[in-house]
Design a protein around this ligand. Structure first.
Ligand SMILES: [Zn+2]
Length: 508
């Protein structure tokens, strides 16, 4: 994936220059093709121009014996310009039929772009229903994200743009939509997705699970987990929970509780974590919650899939570490899911907040204060990659986008801001940020502008230093503090997790 992106960049830069974003046609002009991308500087072909999706209705049948997915996607959208054709993102898979407004449409494939030409051009503002029938074995992306085939099913974690490996999508956070996932799987297996379970029925050896996500979400936040799961349904503080744990996680192990027990205990704390996060970030934004833990060590990260994060089993080696990753992914429900980024370069706004939530949780748990978490990182030597990688513009390669700087230096930025503006102003800023930007797509500039507005301070230098300037900020870690060891490093962060688990595991 990383190599493919690097090769693609020069090509797509040209493509976007020829088909400039949203201004392909002025209102009233002749219908023209919609843009093949939404103009994200890192991934110019992610998403598509000319329409907004309102709802994805995904009806899927998946057979773990063959890995074959057979599906129909019904996409309700509104044209934002006159369109002679439009694109969806779709990686691999075979399209067998497309209708637009019940009429047969023609289509072409080119890499990850599915171009659909309706029988009649679309008018600006027109509501349009597109039905795509497709099948095949969904691809797992080279960074082991997207659609993962497990020993008894599959699990999906598609950040930044892996949704297109299993359904045709406007695959960019700029176009969130509500989603219904109806998954039919062999009887005896479970199928878990986002939102609320609305229906479960069995016929002819197949069980159908219908999940409805009432709140709009970015496509990368849509998940599906198929396999054997213990599903636990409960309600707390008006939120409906569905947790799904692979029973294999409860196999007894030497020297401690099995991972399933640790994961179950961490997930049992979700109502407490959500209540605690609500004090900081505002009311929990969704009607449902829960977590999915599959026993597949190929999944080496956790992802904040909306209302129901997916967790690598590798986190649940001890209770604190398990609790901290749950805190991280639940914090994302506000910062990342409710408040979305307008382009991937702003990812630190998601990860900085989620990592800072870890620091605050560790302080609450009596492990160390947020200041001590900051000081441990501040003690890293000037040659540490933490100082070279820029959280405000990390670059499109996945190892850069998800670098420790985006997480840890992102959290340090928030801590430095808190120190500069004071406790009360910082608390007010965070609350205003989430409430004012709920459901919106945001940039770093939006955040820095609000920080200056709420604090009444000039903060250019602080943000420039922490987000956009290579090198260790002056005056940091002057005291001969010890470097973080594996045992005391910030749990849940990519570097610390790798150090303590002896494997690469990171929370996205
Ligand atoms: Zn994260």
């Amino acid at each position: 994936m990383v190599r493919r992106r690097l090769v693609l960049l020069p090509v797509t830069a040209v493509a976007v220059a020829l088909l400039p974003g949203t201004a392909v046609a002025a209102p009233g002009d002749e219908p023209v093709p919609g843009a093949p991308g939404l103009g994200d500087p890192y991934y110019p072909l992610d998403g598509n121009g000319g329409y907004d999706v309102d709802h994805y209705d995904l009806r899927l049948r998946y057979d773990p014996a063959t890995d074959e997915l057979t599906a129909t996607a019904t996409i309700e959208a509104a044209a934002t310009q006159p369109l002679s054709s439009f694109n969806l993102d779709l990686q691999g898979l075979t399209v067998s039929a497309v209708t637009v407004e019940d009429d047969d449409a023609t289509w072409t494939r080119d890499g990850g772009e599915l171009t659909i030409t309706p029988a009649e051009p679309l008018e600006e503002g027109q509501d349009v229903t597109t039905v795509i029938t497709y099948s095949g074995v969904p691809a797992t992306l080279p960074d082991v994200s997207g659609f993962l085939h497990t020993d008894d099913g599959a699990v999906v974690a598609g950040q930044p743009d892996g949704a297109a490996t299993w359904f045709p999508a406007n695959d960019h956070p700029l176009d969130p939509a509500t989603v219904t996932v109806t998954a039919t799987v062999p009887e005896g297996l479970e199928a878990i997705s986002n939102g609320a379970l609305e229906e479960q029925s069995t016929a002819d050896g197949w069980t159908t699970w219908r999940w409805d996500a009432a709140e709009p979400m970015a496509t990368y936040l849509v998940t599906l987990a198929i396999g054997e799961f213990d599903v636990r349904e409960y309600e707390a503080d008006g939120v409906r929970y569905w947790d799904a744990l692979d029973p294999d996680l409860f196999t007894p192990v030497m020297g401690g509780p099995p991972r399933g027990e640790i994961a179950a205990a961490s997930l049992a704390r979700q109502p407490e974590v959500i209540d605690w996060l609500s004090d900081w970030l505002g009311d929990y934004p969704f009607g449902t919650a829960g977590g999915i833990v599959d026993d597949d060590a190929a999944l080496v990260f956790a992802l904040e899939t909306q209302t129901r994060p997916v967790y690598s089993p590798l986190y649940f080696t001890d209770q604190l570490r398990g609790d901290v990753v749950v805190v991280h992914e639940l914090a994302h429900q506000w910062t990342g899911d409710l408040v979305r980024i307008a382009a991937w370069q702003h990812l630190w706004l998601n990860e900085g907040f989620a990592t800072y939530a870890e620091w605050l949780w560790l302080e609450r748990a009596g492990v160390r204060t947020a200041q001590q978490s900051f000081d441990q990182l501040a003690a890293l030597p000037p040659e540490s990659p933490l100082w070279e990688d820029l959280p405000g513009d990390p670059g499109p390669a996945l190892e850069d986008l998800f670098s420790a700087a985006v997480y840890n230096r992102g959290a340090m930025t928030l801590h430095a801001l808190r120190s500069a503006v004071g406790e009360d102003v910082f608390a007010r800023l965070v609350r205003e940020w989430v409430s004012a930007q709920a459901g919106e797509a945001v940039t770093t500039a939006d955040f820095t502008a609000l920080a200056e507005e709420v604090s009444g301070q000039e903060l250019d230098e602080l943000f420039q230093t922490w987000l956009f300037t290579p090198g260790k900020p002056a005056g940091l870690g002057a005291a001969p503090a010890a470097q973080p060891s594996a045992g005391t490093a910030v749990a849940g962060s990519p570097s610390a997790a790798a150090a303590s688990a002896g494997t690469t595991v990171s929370s996205r």
